[in-house]
Design a protein around this ligand. Structure first.
Ligand code: PNS
Length: 191
């Protein structure tokens, strides 16, 4: 029997922490589908197409992986793919509450799907996509947090929006919201 696991998320953008979960998931399961949620309620930094491409490039070294996007409920996508496992990473204790709530919610929606948590490797326990964006937005280096091609995408993206020095000069003491991208909705919870 081929065991297929779905690893759902926003991946805006993929981080080294996500990649760690993907690589370890690929060793545990026959096939891992990294599934990017198309979420109309969030204003992401990268489009779904850009995120899919970033994940594809980051996972070229893995053979039992697929990268896909989905709408709506994760359990419906899992059902459609005939997958019985949802894979999620756990970094710190504060993740646990929401992740457990999601796992319980998903269980009420489908008792066919089990959530499997992987403890993120200690060196990546502090990384989140929102943290990466915040650092880059204010001119910091993110090369140690995301795959190198993703770091370049992020730098390019923020440079296009407006150089950080210009933002500071334009609106001292204010949170810059100059374009759609920079005005992205801060997520409640982002891995
Ligand atoms: O990377 P993220 O943003 O932490 O991922 C969260 C995600 C996409 C896994 C979660 O928000 C989700 O499953 N959304 C789809 C809608 C859904 O199924 N909701 C019910 C379960 S909480």
């Amino acid at each position: 029997m081929c065991v297929l696991a779905i690893y759902p998320g926003s991946f805006d953008p993929i981080t080294l922490g996500h990649l760690d979960v993907i690589e370890r998931g690929c060793r545990l399961f026959d096939q891992v589908v990294v599934a990017v949620l198309r979420n109309p309620n969030k204003k992401p930094l990268f489009t779904v197409a850009e995120r899919l491409e970033q994940i594809r490039i980051s996972t070229l070294h893995l053979s039992n992986i697929e990268v896909d996007s989905f709408d709506g409920l994760t359990v419906n996508y899992a059902r459609m793919r005939q997958a019985k496992i949802l894979l999620r990473g756990l970094r710190v204790l504060s993740d646990f509450e929401l992740e457990l709530q999601m796992a319980h919610t998903n269980k009420t929606l489908s008792d066919q799907v089990e959530t499997v948590f992987l403890a993120t490797s200690t060196e990546y326990g502090f990384i989140s996509s929102s943290l990466v964006k915040e650092i880059a937005r204010f001119g910091g280096t993110v090369d140690h947090l995301v795959p190198s091609h993703v770091a370049l995408d992020i730098y390019r993206c923020y440079a296009k929006i407006q150089p950080v020095s210009a933002l500071i000069a334009d609106s001292p003491g204010q949170d810059p919201t100059v374009t759609d991208r920079i005005g992205e909705t801060p997520p409640d919870h982002e891995t």
